[in-house]
Design a protein around this ligand. Structure first.
Ligand code: BES
Ligand code: MN
Ligand code: ZN
Length: 493
């Protein structure tokens, strides 16, 4: 999809459809006012009669406008002008894209970010426009026998008032398109069911990413390689599964080989039944999303391939299923991790930390500048921060604050939660160095503390995305988060 940046006068721009904001208050302003004048007051009349509303999310399509340079107009409720900020812009764009997707219109010009927006420069306004449009138009239909219908929108010019800022806006479009591609890939991978999206499927998809870019290489380790490396924890999780596990490595080289890479590690449990500590039936289908950390990391590598920033990044994805069965790991079994530490597996449903601990040890061999893992790790994190924020845990305050800032800028926010040795007390074991699960209270911090035992002094951050990686009920599906946060962090290094 194309998003050219336009800086001309709103009243005279030719377009199939102008997307215009309606703010609270009696008089139309800015581009909406200018188009209103050229069509003899049709728009202000619609506001007066109540057909058009300033209520956020409301839209009204006005066809056959007489006198204006635009054939039709989509009026979008934007609330109070003084409160129109980054989030409100994204909401307005989504509403507009949804409305346009029902019409089959091919081209429409957005004036929603025409005037400068509070807390948002032109770069981020353009980026948000592109990301929100792609997100709203995303459909997962590869497994439906019939497509659900109209979406023809393929060109969305973005109009801005300040022509000096066109270059910033164009960069925002470039980044927004790349991030949207990465999010689309992450969503596709995550939405695929576990009978299609297996560990081997993820490995194949990684190979496909690597094929597209000269400076991305991939390496896929099989179970015998893991055995050789001593990854006893990872192997314990996959033991009950027929489907073979994979450890997927993707290396992006954007600068000299002497520059330490950033390592990103994504939990890739393609289905989490809980194992012998079996999960209850309700919503168990959603455990196909337990590989959203892997999807995020792979989507982010795709973005790096497109944008080619001058950094080195290595992605490590432990991928397997967590299944019950006669070969499955039992509660009480003790394994030796790649780090040499032994773990008593008290709960086979606390499998994420078991595959991640070996993946973190493996990633640490790259001597990374930062080590960041992304995982749908704990239900406790969902209890703590719900479905809005990623839970962030870190052993390094500078790294944590850079990640928090990236989350704010990219409208993909994270909230820092504690990781502290004292949380580890409940992991004590009479039989091994420690156990893989402790008490229920503070579960997200206990899991983080478990992981911290495998990173030593490397500056490390853990993103618990259990609450934000997918949506349930009617909107069930992967969100593509936190690809925007992670990319923003990497692009700002
Ligand atoms: N994949 C789950 C976490 C999860 C559960 C994410 C529900 C999103 C929604 C993870 O493997 C898990 O089962 N965690 C357990 C840990 C517990 C056994 C210590 C949990 O959170 O209940
Ligand atoms: Mn589990
Ligand atoms: Zn899990």
């Amino acid at each position: 999809m194309e998003f050219p940046v336009k800086t001309g006068e709103p009243g005279s721009q030719k377009t199939a459809c102008a997307i215009l904001p309606i703010f609270e208050g009696h008089r139309l302003k800015g581009p909406t006012h200018e188009v209103d004048i050229s069509c003899g007051g049709t728009l202000s009349q619609l506001v007066k009669t109540g057909s058009a509303s300033a209520r956020p999310g409301r839209t009204l399509l006005v066809p056959n406008l007489q006198g204006a340079a635009t054939d039709q107009v989509l009026l979008v409720g934007c609330g109070k002008e003084t409160k129109f900020n980054a989030k409100a812009l994204r909401q307005a764009i989504s509403a507009a894209a949804n409305a346009l997707s029902l019409t089959g219109i091919k081209e429409a010009t957005s004036y929603l970010a025409y005037a400068p927006i509070k807390d948002l420069d032109e770069y981020y306004a353009a980026r948000a426009t592109v990301e929100a449009t792609h997100s709203a138009l995303y459909r997962f239909e590869e497994l439906k026998s019939k497509s659900s219908g109209k979406i023809k929108l393929s060109r969305l010019p973005i109009a801005i008032n300040d022509s000096q800022k066109a270059k910033d806006a164009r960069l925002g479009v470039t980044h927004g398109r790349a991030i949207s591609t990465g999010m689309g890939l992450a969503r596709d991978l995550a939405n695929r069911p576990a009978n299609i999206c297996t560990p081997s499927h993820l490995a194949e998809e990684a190979r496909t990413i690597a094929k597209r870019y000269k400076n991305i290489q991939t390496k896929v380790l099989a179970e015998h390689d893991m055995k050789r490396l001593g990854m006893g924890a990872m192997l314990a999780v996959t033991h009950g599964a027929e489907e073979p596990a994979r450890l997927i490595v993707l290396e992006y080289k954007g600068t000299g080989a002497d520059v330490a890479p950033i390592a990103i590690c994504g939990k890739g449990v393609t289905f989490d039944t809980g194992g012998i500590s079996l999960k209850p039936p309700p919503k168990m289908d959603e455990m196909k999303f337990d590989m959203c950390g892997a999807a995020t990391v792979m989507g982010t590598m795709e973005v790096l391939g497109i944008l080619q920033p001058t950094i080195n990044v290595v992605a490590v994805v432990p991928a397997c299923e967590n299944m019950p069965g006669s070969r499955a790991t039992r509660p009480g079994d003790i394994v030796k991790t790649m780090s040499g530490q032994t773990v008593e597996i008290l709960n086979t449903d606390a499998e994420g930390r078991l595959i991640l601990c070996d993946a973190l040890t493996y990633a640490a061999r790259y001597k990374p500048r930062y080590l960041i893992d992304v995982a749908t790790l704990t239900g406790a994190c969902v209890v703590a921060v719900g479905h809005i924020y990623t839970g962030l845990f870190s052993n390094n305050e500078d790294l944590a604050s850079d990640i928090l800032a990236a989350g704010k800028r990219s409208l993909d926010p994270a909230w820092q939660l504690p990781v502290d040795e004292e949380y580890g007390a409940t992991l004590r074991s009479n039989f091994a160095d420690f156990a893989n699960s402790g008490v229920r209270d503070g579960g997200a911090s206990i899991a983080a503390q478990f992981l911290s035992r495998f990173v030593e002094d490397t500056p490390w951050a853990h993103l618990d995305i259990a609450g934000i990686a997918w949506k349930s009920s009617r909107d069930k599906g992967a969100t593509g988060r936190p690809v925007p946060l992670l990319t923003d962090f990497l692009l700002n290094l």
